[in-house]
Ligand binder design. Structure first.
Ligand code: GRF
Length: 301
């Protein structure tokens, strides 16, 4: 078995840039998907084991202590609130290990994100993120076209593919290629990136991976962190949506700082994607995006 066909679940031909599609037809969105915790009957309807469990718990506890009943009712209210908002279709772009992709994927399964990852896009066929997607049965698209033997999609074809999956939002999670203008224009205010520094510091072309953390330490900055921002035609210059701060310790190595930042990235990206899928992003008059708090609708961050 060649490297290209290894791990494919339903791959069409080994030369297709779309690996592991949910349906054998090129560019057709998936109509069913199953995992240990969740079964999709159609792309827009899903039942989680969690909600089934809550329903039966509610019946069993109908005449029990108020405290228990309140908890169950408030969980159900939250489910009802979410069900008024359509579940979103997500695409994640990766070039590396894909730990952010994994944490978002897990959050879609455990109910903390009101959306589903329909497709993974990568420029590196055998990166950790792509391998993980194949194991989980998520279609993998190679993008862009490159000089290697492995062919990727053109930007035009990628947009057609994303449309066919009815993708609402694109999440860059360690994708090292610049997003072409046509794609930025095709998905206005719908593409997010995560960067491992407090932008606008230590961002831009050349600031990726350990280079970011080495530069932070060398600068003497006492704080670093993660930034999630909207994507424009340049590296790391789009509107900032959320940030999380971590300390830089006196004896930090770049690896130690990277691990501290990455730990926060996983939590921050899930929180932001949850807000995105629940339509809690509000644009201030001057163009700054804010996140509306889940607990208090008058609170924006
Ligand atoms: C993260 O540090 C992210 O901020 C940056 O690339 C890294 C990706 O890590 N854009 P992973 O592939 O999600 O583990």
């Amino acid at each position: 078995m060649s490297m290209r066909t290894q791990g494919l679940v339903l791959g069409p031909s080994s030369s297709s840039p779309i690996q592991n599609p949910k349906t054998p037809t090129f560019l057709t969105p998936p109509t069913y998907f199953s995992s240990a915790k969740r079964v999709w009957l159609k792309s827009n309807y899903s039942f989680s084991s969690h909600s089934i469990l809550l329903a039966s718990t509610n019946l069993r506890h109908r005449n029990c202590v108020v405290k228990t009943e309140h908890k169950v009712v408030s969980d159900i209210e939250e489910d009802n609130l979410k069900s008024k908002v359509r579940r979103k279709n997500l695409a994640v772009f990766v070039s590396g290990g894909g730990s952010n992709f994994r944490s978002i994927f897990e959050a879609t399964l455990n109910g903390s994100v009101h959306g589903d990852i329909f497709v993974l896009v990568t420029n590196k066929y055998d990166c950790g993120g792509a391998e993980y997607a194949r194991v989980k049965g998520i279609p993998v698209i190679l993008f862009p076209k490159n000089k290697d033997a492995i062919e990727g999609l053109s930007t035009e074809d990628l947009i057609v593919a994303l449309r066919s999956y009815k993708v609402d939002f694109i999440l860059l999670a360690g994708f090292l290629k610049l997003i072409p203008t046509e794609l930025v224009r095709a998905y206005p205010k719908s593409i997010l990136n995560i960067h491992p520094s407090l932008l606008p510091a230590f961002g831009g072309k050349g600031y990726y991976g350990m280079k970011v953390h080495k530069a932070v330490i060398a600068s003497g900055a006492r704080y670093s962190g993660a930034t999630i921002h909207y994507v424009d035609e340049h590296y790391d210059t789009g509107r900032i949506l959320a940030q999380r701060v971590v300390p830089v310790l006196a004896d930090d190595t770049a690896e130690e700082l990277a691990a501290r930042v990455l730990h926060e990235e996983h939590k921050l990206y899930v929180e932001v994607v949850a807000a995105l899928c629940e339509e809690r992003i509000i644009w201030r008059e001057d163009g700054v995006p804010l996140i509306q708090s889940k607990e208090n609708s008058n609170d924006y961050r």
